[in-house]
Design a protein around this ligand. Structure first.
Ligand code: MTE
Length: 300
């Protein structure tokens, strides 16, 4: 899918005009069928909830390498050099190597996915990402049969990440079980609203795992390793009592210091109000079967 590069957040609200524009951009026969059945388009992997504005998505961030405040990343992440960029892909794979970003981005078709996004801090947004399924990348590099997990690392470049501090151990690390990584919902995101990924959102390429708390969605990835054992992950490593490896969105398992039963949807002025949190952030149909037989209060 191609995008107009003059798209502004103000162009895409309200939802009706956003849908309309997407249908027009799709072009040709596809557009005709979408116009006939717009709900079918939304019924794929995308939610039909109204996306947050570009301004909201890019001014309320967590990217601790650039400071702890919600507006710090928007102010500071501009210092990050994102080109050239490469990703070291290794471990239990048939074709390990250091891949240029362009080669990584060619590993799967870039799609638009409008996902719900739920932070462990109990705020949420709806974000129109552009990216490709991580499964395509894994298929291209050839996952060996002994691999059971995927480990990810963010760049750590202190000269450009001057606000990193020592709250966490750098580089920021995350991980998924292999079946979670292969789930079609799991995205390597390279943009949002049809624009290249803004630095504060994890340029040039980040993970998006919509049924898990936002901290699993690691930004500015430079390393991907296929491994046999559960990898070290930054937040679990910093406080295993509060942050687990799985971190599936779960309204029934509270954070030790706050409830996870509801969330605050960012934006909307007066309507910036609380709503119930959904099991697996609303993606149960696509992901619940991966956790059959697991006690999600223990594997939190
Ligand atoms: N990745 C890195 N490298 N550093 C971070 O501090 N914060 C995480 C996640 N990925 C973080 C990160 C958390 S807590 C959240 S909620 C999301 O990024 C926020 O993504 P957003 O700013 O694009 O909404």
């Amino acid at each position: 899918m191609r995008y107009r590069n003059d798209l502004k957040w103000s162009d895409v609200t309200p939802e009706a005009s956003w849908l309309n524009r997407r249908q027009l951009m799709a072009g040709g026969a596809a557009a005709a069928s979408l116009l006939a059945a717009p709900r079918a388009f939304a019924a794929g992997y995308s939610t039909d909830e109204t996306p947050n504005t570009f301004e909201e998505i890019t001014n309320y961030n967590n990217y601790y390498e650039f400071g702890l405040g919600k507006t710090d990343p928007a102010q500071n992440a501009g210092a990050l050099t994102t080109s050239p960029w490469s990703i070291e892909i290794g471990g239990l794979v048939d074709r390990p190597g250091t891949y240029d970003l362009a080669d990584v981005m060619a590993m799967g078709p870039i799609e638009e996915r409008i996902y719900r996004f739920r932070c462990v801090e109990a705020w949420s947004m709806v974000i129109p990402w552009n990216g490709f399924q991580l499964s395509h990348l894994l298929d291209k590099v050839g996952v060996q049969s002994s691999a059971r997990y995927v480990a990810f690392e963010t760049l750590y470049r202190p000269s450009e990440m001057r606000q990193a501090g020592n709250l966490l151990n750098w580089p920021y690390r995350e991980g998924l079980r292999l079946d979670e990584a292969m789930n079609p919902l799991t995205l390597m995101a390279t943009g949002l609203y049809g624009k290249p990924m803004p630095n504060q959102n994890g340029a040039p390429i980040r993970l998006v795992v919509p049924w898990k708390y936002g901290f699993k969605s690691i930004k500015s990835i430079v390393k991907i390793s296929l491994v046999a054992d559960e990898p070290l992950t930054t937040w679990k490593n910093s406080n295993a009592r509060e942050y687990g490896f799985y971190s599936n969105v779960n309204p029934n398992v509270n954070h030790p210091r706050w409830s996870q039963a509801s969330e605050r949807r960012i934006g909307g002025g007066l309507f910036n109000s609380r709503q119930d949190t959904l099991m697996f952030n609303g993606y149960g149909e696509q992901v619940a079967q991966m956790y059959t037989g697991q006690d999600l209060t223990k594997d939190f």
